[in-house]
Design a protein around this ligand. Structure first.
Ligand SMILES: O=C(O)CCC(=O)C(=O)O
Length: 328
């Protein structure tokens, strides 16, 4: 990501001074979308399963999920992995019901209905919501994250509830290193869909292997327009970079490294693509000396932590630690 010739449109120094929703509204405006009307197709039916109780969800999400050495090697080579059956269908449907309820309360609209095309976002929901806390601080998800990164313990950076409404366009190409003001690359995001995601709904898609980010180091980030997204797509196409763009089954969760380049197509179905993305980082990491406006609302995620400090506020709990697991 080149910033050498900073102009008003490429200079990202300074703080983001609006909220997280404004950040996402801005961010998706940087995506290069085809012009013209979008015809919607019906989303597949949601599974008819009994919803688990809070206690059942908490028990499920505290149980370890076996990760193989091959899966860890795949993640470290490619910067992402998609794991099936991380959540049971019941846990996914319970998550969807709760996220819909929260989104409806926040935006005063059902994200699946009406004239819509927005990318809705809510974050820091977990501190006041015990059910969401079970998903966000899940030892199962955090242990997978720590094992993929090869670290002893991970802390939560923040939760992110994202609803890509019908007709909302692409998520621009990016990597999260650009976003998270952390001085480590031991950072992973667990992207957990709250329904299955067919191709028409815009599954998260990953360029691989991990080091393809080096190919686009010289593409200059632009704060307006679609030049950066197009520039990255052009470099990847010229270099025949492989992209994994595949549907998500119910219960499947993807994990991506902060250097993994990813994107997502627009939502061409009649249902919102609702997901919960939780980011974890190696315990001990610090905040970088100079966070940028692309880091968005980061101080909300780590209250009282300043540039250069160890990133360990009370809102960044250790969600899994090998030391604690050894003592159990
Ligand atoms: O959900 C999306 O379309 C984008 C999410 C994303 O980029 C992320 O969680 O890192």
């Amino acid at each position: 990501m080149s910033q050498t010739d900073a102009s008003p449109d490429t200079d990202v120094s300074g703080q983001w001074d609006q909220d997280n929703q404004a950040w996402w509204d801005w961010y998706v405006s940087l995506a290069d979308n085809e012009a013209g009307p979008v015809a919607l197709e019906s989303a597949p039916p949601l599974p008819d399963v009994a919803l688990p109780t809070d206690a059942e969800v908490m028990a499920e999400l505290a149980t370890p999920y076996p990760v193989t050495d091959e899966q860890i090697a795949f993640f470290q080579e490619n910067g992402f992995i998609k794991l099936k059956q991380v959540f049971s269908p019941g846990a996914v449907m319970r998550l969807r019901a709760e996220l819909l309820r929260l989104l409806q309360a926040e935006f005063d609209t059902n994200p699946d209905e009406g004239a819509v095309d927005r990318f809705l976002s809510m974050e820091m929901v977990w501190p006041d919501n015990p059910l969401l806390k079970a998903y966000v601080t899940s030892p199962r998800v955090a242990q997978i994250s720590a094992q993929l990164l090869g670290v002893d313990a991970v802390r939560l950076y923040h939760d992110n509830v994202l609803a890509k409404q019908p007709r909302c366009g692409r998520t621009p190409w990016h990597y999260d290193e650009h976003h998270f003001p952390l001085d480590t690359n031991d950072v992973v995001t667990a992207w957990a869909p709250a329904q299955a995601i067919p191709l028409a709904m815009g599954p998260l898609a990953f360029a691989y292997p991990l080091d393809v980010h080096e190919l686009v180091n010289n593409v200059t980030f632009e704060k307006s327009g679609t030049g950066y997204d197009r520039g990255v797509a052009e470099v990847f196409a010229r270099n025949n970079v492989a992209v994994d763009e595949t549907p998500f089954e119910i219960g499947e969760v993807s994990f991506h490294h902060n250097l993994s380049f990813h994107t997502a197509a627009g939502n061409r179905t009649d249902r919102s693509r609702i997901i919960l993305a939780n980011t974890y980082y190696a315990d001990g990491a610090r905040v970088v000396d100079e966070p940028t406006m692309v880091s968005g609302d980061w101080q909300k995620f780590m209250p009282g932590v300043g540039p250069g400090d160890v990133a360990a506020s009370h809102l960044n709990p250790v969600c899994w630690s090998a030391r604690e697991a050894d003592h159990e």
